[in-house]
Design a protein around this ligand. Structure first.
Ligand code: HSE
Length: 436
């Protein structure tokens, strides 16, 4: 069979990784795909640099429109990033009848519904394994491996930058700003780390997983997003003393009232396997009604781990390129006419447990006042920690872990607690998940 022709948009870290792995493993990949996969055209900003990297193996151009409009290209691989230009390019590629492979989580989470609709109308594939958790085949697992299950919830460490920072904060007792600076110096964090540290990157990925786990449209605008920039080292230490670790989790859960979709720092029991996922590694824990819990672990970023997912998509698309579109795996795992418009719950309606740190005067009756407020809102306390005040101090921290309750109850309790004259400063609230 003739080789399938690929046009690459972007030759940065992942693009170069894809080019190299495809070249290195071409024989093995061809044995799997049934025909050769050839990159014939690459669009990049710096044409000279790209030519030096790829040699004469393929045509290098500066204008991505030349790739998406090239009639000889079968698959466009989008590795540019960003959402505006890429959306236009991807839609043009689809309109021209090309299949698309992308690693762009923001594009899929924000414009996925429109892109999939266009692709379905045109009968082409859009594959996005590399958009979630880099080299971990989590999309394939959710879409195909777990298709017997009613998925109940997913909790993932899906951002390596923040997991690296949290690991360092815990191991070395350092504060967030110090570790972020070190992470930037080591190349673990971008010079503008906002998307990573504020949870946006993880929310893109959680949005995609929610869509394919529950058969709902992409609803990134409804995701609750909280990052780690406000997290204090003292809370990591207190959590540790209570047997918990703090991780930035992307969580999506099916409940009787609707779907929870949230990213925030979360206490999880230190004994859980996922609590021990350290450094820049990623892991996704999926609870299905038939399989129970299953966990997927690996590198969430990097040239070749991400290329591994991009090329797996290329192999899938190559195998199915000549198949009847009806016989392909649906974009969102569920048939397009079976996608449900389920509600994403507002945060006030979610149910979980909480870690609360309350700075109080060390005097009689304070604890009684606090627990009365909690009891009035039916919030049950699961564990508590109070230290002696430090030498010469008259204030101390009370740490409470609650049983499951609604977020709106906790917010009201916090408002009331903060009004007590014996309570100083804002109450620190971090959500807690048992993941059992
Ligand atoms: N910036 C991401 C991370 C990798 O830190 O995990 C790409 O999504």
């Amino acid at each position: 069979m003739t080789p399938i022709k690929v046009g690459l948009l972007g030759l940065g870290t992942v693009g170069a990784g894809t080019f190299n792995v495809l070249r290195r493993n071409q024989e093995e990949i061809m044995r799997r795909a049934g025909r050769a996969i050839e990159i014939t055209m690459i669009a990049v900003r710096n044409v000279e640099r790209a030519r030096a990297l790829v040699g004469d193996a393929c045509e290098v151009v500066g204008d991505p429109a030349l790739v998406v409009n090239n009639p000889n290209i079968d698959i466009v691989v989008e590795l540019i990033g960003g959402v505006d230009l890429t959306k236009a390019l991807v839609l043009t590629a689809i309109a021209n009848g090309k299949h698309v492979v992308t690693a762009n989580k923001a594009l899929v989470a924000i414009h996925g519904n429109e892109i999939f609709k266009a692709a379905q109308d045109k009968g082409v594939m859009v594959a996005f394994e590399a958009a979630v958790a880099g080299g971990i085949p989590i999309i394939k697992s959710l879409r195909e491996g777990l298709s017997a299950n009613r998925i109940e919830w997913i909790a993932g460490i899906i951002n390596g930058t923040t997991n690296f920072i949290l690991t360092e904060m815990r191991d070395k007792g350092l504060d967030f700003a110090t570790v972020l600076k070190q992470a930037q110096e080591l190349g673990y964090a971008e010079s503008d780390p906002t998307f990573d540290i504020e949870g946006v990157d993880a929310a893109h990925k959680a949005t995609i997983m929610a869509a394919i786990a529950f058969g709902i449209p992409m609803q990134f605008d409804k995701a609750h997003i909280e990052g780690i920039s406000q997290l204090q080292a003292i809370d990591i230490a207190y959590a540790e003393q209570l047997g918990y670790r703090i991780k930035l989790l992307g969580i999506t859960k099916r409940t009787a009232k609707g779907i929870e979709l949230r990213v925030h720092p979360t206490l999880i029991p230190g004994t859980r396997l996922i609590a021990n996922v350290e450094g820049a590694m990623n892991a996704v824990l999926v609870q299905g009604d038939a399989v129970g819990a299953s966990m997927y672990y690996g590198k969430g970023a990097g040239a070749e781990p991400t290329a591994s997912s991009v090329i797996a998509d290329l192999v899938d698309v190559t195998r199915l390129a000549t198949a009847d579109p009806e016989h392909r795996v649906p974009y969102l795992a569920f048939q397009p006419n079976a996608i449900n418009q389920e509600v994403i719950l507002p945060m006030s309606e979610i149910t979980t447990s909480y870690y609360l740190r309350i700075r109080v005067a060390d005097q009689a009756g304070v604890l009684a006042d606090v627990t009365r407020i909690m009891a009035d809102l039916s919030i049950s306390i699961d564990a508590m920690l109070q230290k002696e005040p430090a030498e010469g101090e008259v204030q101390t921290d009370i740490i409470m872990l609650t049983h499951q309750t609604q977020e709106k109850n906790v917010l009201e309790a916090i408002r009331n607690i903060e009004q007590l004259s014996s309570v100083f400063g804002p109450v620190v609230k971090i959500r807690l998940e048992q993941l059992s």
